[in-house]
Design a protein around this ligand. Structure first.
Ligand code: SME
Length: 167
C-alpha cells in the first residue's frame, strides 16, 4: 500500500489529525501483522504531528513495558510498572498529559529535548497491552484536541489487535 502524504503539510492541524486516523484505517485494513501495523502507526503520527521529537509504543511483557516500534532518538528499553509517565499511565489505566515533564516526579528522560508528553494506554480485553507515548520539545504541546484524536487512533489499533488475535 502506498501512502499519499504530499497534501498533509498544507492541512490545518485538525485536518492533519483526521487524516492521521484515515491513514491508520488504511494501514490496518491492508495488513494484519502487529509489528508492521505498530511501525507504520508510529510513522503516521510522526508525519501528522509537528513539534514532536519522539513517538512510539511500549508493550507490556511480564508486568514491564518493553520498547516497541518508534520514531525518534534511541530510547530506554524497559520501563517498570508504575515508573515514569508511561508506567504511571499503565498503573492508573488513564491518559496522562504532562505540560512540563521536568515537574513530573519520576519522569524518565530518554531525550533531553523533551518538555511535554502524552501517554495513552492501550487496554485490550481489560488488560494493558501497551502504551502510545509522544514527546514534544514544546511545553504544553498536547491539549484536549490532541488527546481526543489520539484516543480515536488507539481505539482503531485496539480493534485490529483484537480482530487479528482471533485469526
Ligand atoms: N518519558 C517516558 C519514558 C519514555 S521516553 O519519553 C521515550 C516516561 O517518563 O515514562
Amino acid at each position: 500500500m502506498a501512502f499519499k502524504l504530499d497534501a498533509i503539510e498544507k492541512m490545518n492541524t485538525e485536518d492533519k489529525y483526521r487524516y492521521m486516523n484515515m491513514l491508520l484505517t488504511a494501514q490496518l485494513s491492508s495488513e494484519e501483522d502487529l509489528l508492521a501495523n505498530l511501525s507504520n502507526a508510529s510513522a503516521i503520527v510522526n508525519v501528522a504531528f509537528d513539534r514532536i521529537n519522539w513517538v512510539g509504543f511500549y508493550l507490556m511483557k511480564n508486568r514491564e513495558l518493553v520498547l516497541g516500534p518508534f520514531q525518534g532518538r534511541p530510547a530506554c528499553n524497559r520501563i517498570k510498572y508504575g515508573c515514569g509517565v508511561c508506567g504511571t499511565a499503565v498503573k492508573e489505566r488513564r491518559v496522562i498529559r504532562v505540560e512540563n515533564v521536568h515537574e513530573f516526579e519520576g519522569h524518565i528522560a530518554c531525550d533531553s529535548a523533551s518538555n511535554s508528553e502524552i501517554v495513552i494506554p492501550i487496554i485490550v480485553n481489560d488488560e494493558v497491552f501497551g502504551v502510545l507515548d509522544i514527546d514534544s520539545p514544546e511545553f504544553n504541546r498536547f491539549l484536549e484536541l490532541e488527546e481526543g484524536y489520539l484516543i480515536k487512533f488507539v481505539d482503531k489499533l485496539k480493534e485490529s489487535i483484537i480482530v487479528n488475535s482471533l485469526k
